[in-house]
Design a protein around this ligand. Structure first.
Ligand code: ZN
Length: 274
């Protein structure tokens, strides 16, 4: 998936005295997934600030390096942000520690995180309408106060310490919820080796299933798309999009049995039956 740069945002960052750079697409995806693992489950948001209180709290933070990351899935923290068309690029910024007020760019639907991931600010186009912006410290998540652990810093590959008892708990919960099915393509049932919409099922990987050819996050962003793509693939008799990756002894009937009955929660439910 291609992203588009935001010239207005770039100019604003420059005016604020920031050195900024566009984050490559793969990194945009990996940072989004890491954020989602930590902050994605809004049921764990216990002590967040909202609206003007969020702005106030955010304005009193300091971080020399931080990222501005447009959401890739259909959720922007607590808000639904279903978008069609290309997403805005993510930016890494270096400054004197002051975090710029980015509320004028809320329509982009993004989060801000410093390198240690210890807090986040969420802006969406619903700011001050349906709620938001939102600010939360990682310690404000359920189950994080009593336990520290190391996680890999998603910016520089460094290891940083955050309160992540929450994180491990969530991973366990997610694995138990759908054992063995997490890595199956929900269109055709092929084991693609990673969860097509991430561990939480809310942030697509944008990779392409070699069997049915679905790009996760694109053709399947709506339930009607899942139904359509699955029917197309079934009617083709299980044709491989990438025949060179077809497994030896592969059997259409056998794979069909493994098509997950659930579709990832991040997919827009626009038809009945999901
Ligand atoms: Zn597939």
């Amino acid at each position: 998936m291609a992203t588009v740069t935001d010239e207005r945002l770039e100019q604003f960052l420059t005016q604020c005295g920031m050195a900024w750079s566009v984050i490559p697409w793969e990194r945009h995806v990996s940072v989004s997934n890491e954020w989602e693992t930590l902050y994605g489950n809004v049921h764990h948001w216990l002590r967040q600030k909202q609206g003007a209180k969020a702005q106030f709290e955010y304005a009193h933070q300091s971080a020399e390096t931080f990222m501005i990351v447009p959401f890739l899935g259909n959720d922007g923290g607590p808000q639904s942000i279903t978008k069609h068309g290309p997403r805005t690029a993510a930016y890494e910024c270096h400054g004197d520690g002051t975090l710029p007020d980015l509320s004028a760019f809320a329509n982009t639907d993004f989060f801000i995180v410093p390198t240690d991931l210890n807090l986040t600010m969420v802006h969406t186009h619903e700011d001050y309408g349906w709620g938001g912006p939102y600010f939360i410290y990682i310690q404000g998540l359920a189950g994080t106060a009593d336990e520290e652990a190391s996680v890999v810093d998603c910016f520089h590959g460094r290891t940083s310490t955050v309160y992540s008892g929450y994180r491990r708990g969530v991973l366990r919960e997610r694995t138990e919820r759908q054992p063995g099915m997490l890595t199956r393509c929900h269109i055709c049932g092929l084991d693609v080796g990673e969860a097509p919409w991430g561990e939480s099922g809310r942030y697509p990987t944008w990779s392409i299933c070699p069997c049915c050819g679905c790009e996760f996050g694109y053709e399947d962003c709506r339930a009607s798309g899942v139904v359509f793509q699955r029917r197309r693939w079934m009617e083709s008799g299980g044709q491989w999009w990438k025949p060179s990756e077809k497994l030896a002894g592969w059997d259409f009937e056998e794979q069909v049995k493994h098509i997950p009955t659930d579709i990832p929660p991040g997919i827009d439910r626009d038809v009945d039956g999901f």
